[in-house]
Ligand binder design. Structure first.
Ligand SMILES: *[C@@H]1O[C@H](CO)[C@@H](O)[C@H](O)[C@H]1NC(C)=O
Ligand SMILES: *[C@@H]1O[C@H](CO)[C@@H](O)[C@H](O)[C@H]1NC(C)=O
Length: 780
């Protein structure tokens, strides 16, 4: 470790008593003098990290006492001398990072003392000696980055002393399931970039010390064996660029130390296991270029250590979960391109403040690019091309140099970027189109003004309790602030946010009309329910208003808050809080979400819904009957808290009026509030069974097949209920069955139903839950 220059003097070969010769890390040039072969007492010859050139002299093979030969990191050329096969004492032979060529003589199979062999990064070719693991001490084999071809050396199969094997980037052939055995000490196995075939042998599960397993870029077939989960020390698993098929086994998600997982470029199918969330040390995940499908699980957002996430070029559908925005350390890339993803882009992506590369292209994303994208200050590439996006491209600082090809084609993105149309292009274009449009446009605008000016809007200032209602006419106000709540210009805002109720903002439809999602200018999301205009409703304007005024005053923690309404000859709509996750019905239809909606959450949900309906029936004056309690009208937020929604068909029950109605024909005239009780019973059974209890209602209950086991109707997707949950479930089922009594008089009131749930009677059943029948459920 000096700055010695020049070449090694041949005279050193006269020091025949020399044991150790260290010349490493200098600037020595020239060849290795063949005279060094005279140093017959030499045990250590260390010449690494110089600029030694020329070839390895045959004479070195004479030093039969040599234990260590370090020639690595030099400029040595020529081929490996056969004579080195005579080094009977050699334990450590390191000649990597040179320019050796030619073959590795079979004589290397005679090195019976060899523990480590390092020949990587040369240009060696031909087959590896079959007997390379001839002694029983062989631990490290590194011949990576050469041009070796032919089969895997047969001696490796039983070489149980192996600690590391690296043969990557050669042209070796053979069936990996045949040529490798069980290696109890093996920590790193790198076989990548060869021509290996066959399937991954279950033997691999016995190599429990493995931290690195890299089989990438071969021709490996078959599926990923779940037994890989036995490799609990694994940090890096690369199986990319092979011909693997089948599903990603959920078992590998138990590899708690995994940091790099690359399964890219195979033929894997099926979904991403939701257990992926357990891989909480994962820094790199690449499952791109497969045939994976299904929804991208929300759980992926729990892999908080991810720096790079690639799921592109698959068949994933559904929306991109907002939870991805939680991966604060995501820096290198997020690539979801070339899938079948749809829906709006989640606002939460904007939280990825250190992300540099984001590719969302070649999907079916719609809506606008969330304004939050402007806060992704590190982004240097944002590709959203080939989607159905529209609206303004957010102006992030680093996107000033963006290429228009990142945004085109799309449905209609506009912005201040060369190649994109400016955002007010329609007006500009209209002017350019010449006189006719130039004349028409003002006329259209004037007519629009007249129509809007004719609007009379009722304002409910929900925050201002002192002044709950205030009627104003549009004429009295600025044209675009006709309806103002919470200090916002809501009317204009809503019409603009939904592009005058364009179909693409529809998130639901029903008999009453359509529901639109609108993002107000300050970012708040609201659900806007636009009601059909029927003759009758117009006649009954006064009643509609008084009902709505009462509904806007409802404040209950499990009822979707209604902010206000608008009623005029052109528009009649209600504005509600927007609840994220969607309806209970939708969640129960989704395997992953249904699983996440565990028994505890379901029990809490039933209790919340009971409380909400009880509030409507018993604490509102006059009482409010919902009339349409179904799993479609119970919305859940991201923590699965439930909210009763949809008062589209609700009517205020005037105690003095005979406001009874027929319910769905089948059950005859019944007390109107008892129809909500019945519907509640259906929803509770739906929660318990995970699906609409249609069959049960049609069959078992009326046919006396009540001996059906409770455990047999339970939704199998959540984990098995624990004993406290079993008690609550038995209670829920009992309550649901009483709500479904065919005689309305026999049904409890919602207040009683709610009380039952929060104050369960101590006299619980003696029948174990696993043996409980529906009949017993009815009478416990
Ligand atoms: C995964 O493997 C593919 C193909 O072999 C490669 O192109 C890609 O860079 C790898 N990804 C990571 C994150 O290492
Ligand atoms: C984004 O992904 C698409 C499809 O996978 C690819 O063609 C495109 O080159 C990527 N964009 C950038 C900027 O790398």
């Amino acid at each position: 470790r000096n700055q010695i220059t020049g070449s090694i003097p041949p005279e050193l070969g006269n020091l025949t008593m020399l044991n150790d010769l260290y010349l490493y890390t200098n600037q020595i040039t020239g060849p290795i003098p063949l005279e060094l072969g005279n140093l017959l007492n030499l045990r250590i010859l260390d010449l690494f990290d110089n600029q030694i050139s020329g070839s390895i002299p045959d004479s070195l093979g004479n030093i039969t006492n040599l234990e260590y030969l370090g020639l690595y990191q030099n400029q040595i050329t020529g081929s490996m001398p056969k004579t080195l096969g005579r080094l009977q004492s050699i334990q450590d032979l390191q000649i990597f990072d040179n320019k050796l060529s030619g073959t590795l003589p079979q004589e290397f199979g005679d090195l019976i003392s060899l523990v480590r062999l390092g020949l990587s990064r040369n240009s060696l070719s031909g087959p590896l000696p079959a007997n390379i693991c001839s002694g029983d001490r062989f631990q490290y084999l590194d011949v990576s980055f050469n041009m070796f071809n032919g089969p895997i050396p047969s001696s490796l199969k039983t070489c149980t002393s192996l600690v590391r094997i690296d043969i990557q980037s050669n042209k070796l052939t053979g069936d990996i399931s045949q040529h490798f055995g069980v290696y109890p000490q093996l920590t790193k196995m790198r076989l990548a970039s060869n021509r290996l075939s066959g399937h991954i042998s279950p033997n691999i599960g016995a190599c429990t010390q493995l931290t690195v397993l890299n089989l990438a870029q071969n021709m490996i077939t078959g599926s990923i064996p779940p037994i890989l989960s036995k490799l609990s020390n694994l940090i890096e698993l690369r199986l990319d660029s092979n011909h693997l098929s089948g599903e990603i086994p959920a078992e590998i998600c138990t590899l708690a130390n995994l940091y790099r997982l690359n399964l890219s470029s195979n033929q894997l199918s099926g979904a991403i296991p939701t257990q992926i969330e357990k891989l909480n040390k994962l820094g790199y995940l690449d499952i791109s270029r497969n045939r994976l499908s299904g929804l991208i699980p929300e759980e992926l957002g729990a892999c908080m250590k991810l720096q790079s996430l690639k799921i592109n070029n698959n068949n994933f559908n559904g929306s991109l979960p907002g939870a991805i925005g939680n991966i604060a350390g995501l820096q290198i890339m997020l690539d979801v391109s070339n899938n079948k993803l749809s829906g709006v882009l989640p606002q939460q992506l904007g939280r990825l403040q250190i992300l540099e590369f984001l590719n969302l292209s070649h999907n079916q994303f719609s809506g606008s690019i969330p304004s939050s994208f402007a806060s992704m200050v590190s982004l240097s590439t944002l590709d959203v091309s080939y989607n159905d996006l529209e609206g303004l491209v957010p102006t992030a600082r680093l996107l000033q140099n963006a290429s228009a090809s990142w945004f085109l084609p799309n449905k209609g993105l506009c912005g201040n970027l060369s190649g994109l149309r400016p955002c007010y292009a329609t007006t500009v274009a209209a002017h350019k189109k010449g006189k006719i449009l130039g004349l028409l446009l003002p006329i259209v605008l004037v007519m629009g003004f007249i129509i809007v000016a004719a609007i009379v809007v009722t304002i409910i200032l929900t925050r201002k309790k002192r002044n709950p209602q205030e009627t104003v006419t549009a004429e009295a106000r600025d044209l675009f602030s006709v309806w103002n709540f919470n200090g916002r210009l809501a009317f204009d805002d809503i019409v603009r946010a939904t592009e005058d109720f364009d179909d693409k903002y529809i998130i639901g439809t029903g008999g009453y009309g359509k529901v639109y999602k609108a993002q107000l200018q300050d970012g708040q999301l609201v659900a806007v329910k636009k009601l059909h205009q029927t003759e009758e409703e117009l006649d009954d304007e006064r009643r509609f208003r008084s009902e709505m005024e009462i509904l806007t005053q409802i404040r209950q923690r499990s009822i979707v808050r209604m902010y206000g309404f608008c009623s005029h000859p052109v528009y009649k709509f209600l504005v509600y809080d927007y609840i994220k996750q969607g309806s209970l019905h939708r969640i129960l239809e989704n395997q992953e979400l249904a699983k996440e909606l565990d028994w505890n959450k379901r029990i809490a949900l039933a209790t919340d819904v009971a409380q909400a309906i009880s509030y409507l029936h018993h604490e509102c004056s006059p009482p409010i009957i919902h009339r349409d309690i179904t799993s479609n009208n119970i919305l859940l937020d991201t923590s699965f808290k439930g909210f009763v929604s949809d008062f589209g068909t609700a009517r205020i029950l005037k105690p003095d009026s005979s406001n009874s109605s027929a319910l769905a024909g089948t059950y005859g005239y019944i007390a109107p509030e008892k129809c909500d009780v019945y519907s509640f019973g259906v929803v509770v059974l739906e929660l318990v069974m995970g699906k609409h209890p249609r069959d049960l209602l049609d069959g078992s209950l009326s046919n006396g097949e009540q001996s059906m086991m409770v455990k047999d109707i339970l939704d199998q997707r959540p984990t098995t209920p624990i004993s406290t949950e079993e008690n609550s479930l038995a209670l829920l089922i009992k309550l649901a069955l009483s709500c479904l009594e065919s005689s309305p008089q026999a049904r409890p009131t919602m207040r009683e139903a709610y009380q039952t749930l929060i104050q369960p009677s101590s006299s619980s059943t003696t029948v174990p839950f696993s043996a409980l029948t529906l009949q017993q459920g009815m009478h416990v």
